[in-house]
Design a protein around this ligand. Structure first.
Ligand code: FAD
Length: 507
């Protein structure tokens, strides 16, 4: 089939690789001048590193270079993904600097329009990134603030520290990106103030200064500490008779983090328990952040937001919701991302979303009643490359009609149940159904379960106590490809018309 993929981040690239190996003719549209998505030079901010260690942020058959540090920089991850695209011969299929403006179903396939041309494809895969388009709050007084020389930027628009040198800088947000960018900025700015709507728990990279957090949280045991929709094996114990032990295990990380970062001294102990971390963004503490707070280079205003921007004696200022006014030459918003598919027509969007604007995707991949359309990267996890790669296999199998799908009503029920569960498990912090943290490996198991494939039980068991190793999954792709090539190819069918749908609604 001729397949269009929108986006050349890790999800688009891994899908392109698997589908090319499965014999499809693939075109990848990428609006940026380079591959890599969130790691592109057009989006990198100073201080950007992965949150997952390099082994966990790897594709199964392409390890990160040995000389990379444990937490590679944004530049290094981009180079890694560019090398992956080269290694698997993907670059001829990637059209850089090419933005998809419209993608519409019709004539048994999809018509994709870019700024330059319109082309038709048999199938469409959306891998446009759920943390790609920054969400910037709209503040009153922006015009007055800007006229006084103030600048408002998304974190992803700040590529080096120079605009902050000698300036009064406000960073809005308290997630990983906000804290990451704060540290290098605080080393050059006249003042650095962080405006945090809520304090969040932060996991130390090295718990107690010695134990790599991956040994606690990036294992199957770490995942099992959080209650999933359906409990299996050890999980039944941990959320039954072993509940006390489980709670102590998670919350002891919180106790260590309070001690390690002297959070009580700085007045930065978040409310609730470490277990609540799943309800926000699970964030690693940024090296140097609390040290910067301790030496006065960084000031955190917690439980505060910016009420308005304004000018005072011709200089730019920001007023907080408690009336405090702070000089603010540069306001950097690390306030999250929007998850949108602006290139899809309204009637397709209506079919994609539930009444609250959540993406209704079976296995985080397939809309229930939009034929010929798939999503990848809508399974953001602790191991996003692995989840994307496994989803790519699922797509390859579904293109060959080799995925046993429940009937549409059952699929809809399963997706609705999953979203209802994630609403409770994460207090609705699942980015409109696109973030699966902390249940990354449950998703991998379910996706591979549909394909009747998995790694061996002993290796899976070893991931209960050792960090998940994506390299252990490197033989899954050849196994699936072999199976697909030995079955007779599915007939190249025109797409059926969509089924009537009961619950779709515009976001
Ligand atoms: C700062 C940051 C740190 C992160 N750290 C980790 C981590 O440590 N571990 C982890 O597992 N995950 C992490 N993530 C999650 C991250 O989103 C995924 O790891 C992964 O990068 C997502 O890849 P993707 O391909 O789905 O999307 P992206 O990387 O966002 O790529 C999407 C691509 O689509 C392109 N695109 C969008 N719209 C169009 C269009 N209309 N036309 C053409 N091209 C288009 C974009 O330009 C972009 O290049 C992090 C995310 C962020 C923002």
């Amino acid at each position: 089939m001729r397949v269009a993929i929108i986006g050349a981040g890790v999800a688009g690239l891994s899908t392109a690789k698997v589908l090319t190996q499965a014999g499809h003719d693939v075109v990848v549209f990428e609006q940026a001048p380079d591959v890599g998505g969130v790691w592109s030079r057009t989006r990198r901010y100073p201080g950007l590193t992965t949150q997952s260690p390099k082994a966990q942020y790897s594709l199964s058959d392409f390890p990160m270079p040995r000389d990379y540090p444990q937490w590679p920089s944004g530049e290094q991850v981009q180079a890694y993904l560019a090398a992956y695209a080269e290694e698997f011969g993907l670059m001829p299929a990637v059209r850089l600097n090419t933005r998809v403006t419209a993608a519409e179903p019709g004539n048994g396939g999809w018509t994709v329009t870019t700024d330059d041309a319109t082309e038709t494809f048999d199938r469409l895969i959306v891998a446009n990134g759920v943390f790609c388009e920054p969400a910037i709050p709209s503040y009153p007084g922006l015009a007055e603030f800007t006229a006084a020389g103030g600048r408002l930027r998304a974190g992803t628009e700040v590529h080096d520290v120079e605009p902050a040198r000698g300036k009064h800088v406000l960073i809005v947000g308290y997630g990983k990106s906000a804290c990451d960018i704060t540290v290098p900025i605080s080393q050059v700015a006249a003042s650095t103030d962080v405006i945090a709507r809520h304090l969040l728990w932060k996991v130390p990279r090295k718990i107690g200064g010695v134990l790599n957090f991956k040994l606690l949280l990036l294992t199957r045991m770490g995942e099992a500490l959080f209650r999933y929709l359906r409990l299996r094996g050890v999980e039944k114990f941990l959320h039954g008779p072993g509940n006390g032990m489980r709670t102590r295990m998670i919350n002891s990380i919180g106790t260590v983090s309070v001690r390690q970062f002297r959070l009580d001294k700085h007045g930065l102990v978040p409310p609730g328990q470490m277990e609540d971390i799943v309800k926000g963004a699970i964030g690693l503490a940024t090296e140097g952040f609390f040290e910067g707070v301790a030496d006065g280079a960084i000031t955190v205003h917690h439980d505060r937001t910016i009420a308005r921007l304004h000018a005072n004696d011709g200089s730019p200022y920001a007023e907080l919701d408690d009336g405090t006014s702070l000089p603010a030459d540069l306001v950097i918003c690390a306030t999250g991302f929007t998850q949108g598919v602006p290139f899809l027509p309204g009637d397709v969007q209506e079919r994609l979303f539930d009444e609250r604007g959540n993406f209704m995707l079976y296995r985080q991949i397939r809309p229930i009643d939009v034929p010929g359309l798939y999503f990848n990267g809508y399974n953001s996890s602790f191991f996003s490359p692995l989840n994307a790669e496994m989803a790519a296999l699922w797509i390859a199998a579904d293109l060959a009609n080799a995925v046993p799908l429940p009937d549409p009503a059952s699929m809809r029920r399963m997706v609705t149940d999953q979203l209802a569960f994630m609403d409770i498990a994460t207090a609705t912090h699942h980015c409109r159904g696109t973030k699966i943290i902390p249940f990354s490996m449950h998703n991998v198991d379910e996706v591979l379960g549909d394909l009747d494939l998995n790694i061996s039980a002993p290796v899976r068991a070893s991931h209960w106590l050792n960090p998940i190793n994506p390299a252990a999954y490197r033989r899954i792709t050849p196994a699936l490809l072999k199976r697909l090539s030995s079955t007779s190819p599915a007939p190249r069918t025109a797409l059926p018309p969509p089924a009537p749908h009961p619950a779709g609604r515009k976001p």
